[in-house]
Design a protein around this ligand. Structure first.
Ligand SMILES: Nc1ncnc2c1ncn2[C@@H]1O[C@H](COP(=O)(O)OP(=O)(O)OP(=O)(O)O)[C@@H](O)[C@H]1O
Ligand SMILES: [Mg+2]
Length: 328
């Protein structure tokens, strides 16, 4: 999926910001704003896997939750098939909700411990008015479980009666039973054993090919993101700092943050020379007013301008976007 020029845009995010109010415990102290996402814009192409990577707290989950309407954006818009998600009418809104599903990191807490696998899947279908009868939903739950490599013996099991990998398979089956178009996968294999991770990742790929699904795949694992993604977004402190094809970013990272992130991967061959970029200090706080480039305090290439202005995402050629004054 290298050429994105003729591809259909299924979702479009425009100038999305999400702030959370932080309440102080001290009386009379004014409330503060935590800027989880700031001015985020990008497109999602039908059938692609868009990888999102960045350090803990950079806003990946908040972005995923905005995409599936679990968070209402503070400003900006999210379009699904050219229509603003937050201004859809009743039936259109329900349809969009059905079409964009999410799979979470912790497969255990995403399932009701008191409900069997078949019940949880059938219930999700019922919420979306799918299936004519309980019998049909039961049959479709079995088909969904078979699609993810489980079978009839797993139908009446409770969440604690599955292994971690199997539980995540049940979650995937539940999402699939609703026949979504887009699935936001928020660290879906991070809680799993390394040997199981590969199986579940391959299952995601197989299902995508069979169902022509679009994935937004969130992870902090560079290896997984490289393996699964067509394009990648690199985030830092609630902003996109770089966006391009997976291959292009790994071969030629532009932003100092991306360079630091990728230089941490061990080289594939002992003869491969790679520039090691290290960042000093910690990620700054997302609370309060933001001035200058978010990386300014840690960047080895920081210039005076970087402390004053926020760099915008700009095309450096062939759609390779980065937000850095080094390239202006
Ligand atoms: N409901 C909330 N209320 C207040 N702050 C929140 C809320 N949800 C997230 N945040 C804050 O927003 C920022 C982004 O959080 P988010 O969970 O999106 O990060 P993340 O990139 O998914 O991190 P991780 O890799 O650890 O999952 C963090 O500073 C977090 O503390
Ligand atoms: Mg997260």
């Amino acid at each position: 999926m290298k050429n994105t020029k003729n591809r259909k845009v299924i979702m479009k995010v425009e100038h999305l910001s999400k702030d959370f109010v932080i309440h102080s415990k001290k009386l009379m102290e004014p409330k503060k704003m935590l800027h989880a996402l700031s001015d985020v814009s990008f497109e999602i192409y039908e059938g692609e896997t868009l990888g999102i990577i960045g350090e803990s707290g950079c806003g990946k989950s908040t972005l995923g939750r905005c995409l599936v309407q679990l968070h209402r954006p503070t400003s900006g818009t999210i379009l699904y098939e050219d229509r603003d998600l937050w201004s859809l009418s009743g039936t259109e809104h329900k349809e969009a909700r059905k079409n964009i599903q999410m799979i979470f990191q912790d497969p255990y807490s995403s399932l009701d411990p008191r409900k069997t696998a078949s019940y949880s899947i059938a219930e999700a279908m019922k919420v979306h008015n799918l299936g004519e009868s309980a019998r049909e939903r039961h049959q479709r739950a079995l088909e969904a479980l078979q699609e993810v490599g489980l079978d009839v013996q797993h139908m009446e099991r409770y969440p604690h009666e599955f292994s971690g990998g199997q539980r995540q398979r049940v979650n995937i089956a539940r999402a699939l039973s609703i026949s979504p178009k887009v699935i936001v996968c928020d660290e879906p294999v991070s809680a799993l054993d390394v040997s199981i991770q590969a199986q579940v990742i391959n299952l995601f790929r197989k299902i995508q090919q069979e169902r022509k699904l679009t994935y937004v795949f969130i992870s902090h694992d560079l290896g997984i993101i490289k393996y699964i993604s067509d394009r990648i977004i690199i985030m830092y402190l609630g902003r996109i700092v770089e966006m391009y094809t997976a291959e292009g970013i790994y071969q030629n990272p532009l932003h100092p943050y991306t360079k630091a992130l990728l230089s941490a991967i061990p080289p594939e061959s002992p003869f491969e020379k790679r520039e090691r970029v290290t960042l000093e200090g910690d990620i700054p706080s997302p609370i309060g007013e933001q001035k200058g480039c978010p990386l300014a305090g840690r960047c080895p290439n920081c210039m005076e301008r970087c402390r004053q202005e926020i760099p915008q995402l700009k095309d450096q050629g062939d759609g390779h976007l980065t937000a850095c004054f080094l390239y202006e």
